[in-house]
Design a protein around this ligand. Structure first.
Ligand SMILES: [Zn+2]
Length: 125
């Protein structure tokens, strides 16, 4: 449903939030749990899409897997905008621009990228 008046809708949502927060002490914890659950579900969906393992070394331990910007352009997106998994699930981001990497492979990829930018000293070699 398109918004007739974006500012009015925003004000309504905000007043609903503050009313519920004042009325119900469990509102905020429930809301946070819902958000956490939604993000977790989206993350699982993303992990499933990419085969549930690191694209480089194949490790499948979800605790160490990250969603990686394939083209080293994550810095262009800015910080704190939204969660990658929600952008992918909603269609705002393209699946082919990302991959799953484990923390180690992601760190090594970042190091190699920084080397190409002349921004690392050769202490690790
Ligand atoms: Zn890996």
């Amino acid at each position: 449903m398109p918004y007739k008046d974006y500012e009015q809708t925003k004000a309504n949502v905000r007043s609903h939030y503050h009313r519920k927060k004042a009325e119900d002490p469990t509102f905020i914890p429930k809301l946070r749990a819902e958000i956490r659950q939604r993000r977790y579900t989206q993350k699982l969906r993303v992990f499933d899409y990419y085969g549930g393992k690191c694209a480089h070394c194949g490790i499948s331990d979800y605790r160490v897997l990250d969603i990686d910007h394939k083209n080293d352009d994550g810095h262009k997106e800015g910080r704190g905008r939204s969660h990658l998994q929600s952008g992918l699930c909603s269609g705002k981001r393209k699946w082919e621009d990302y991959q799953l990497l484990c923390a180690n492979c992601n760190r090594i990829k970042y190091y190699e990228y920084m080397k190409t930018q002349g921004k690392v000293f050769a202490i690790a070699e």
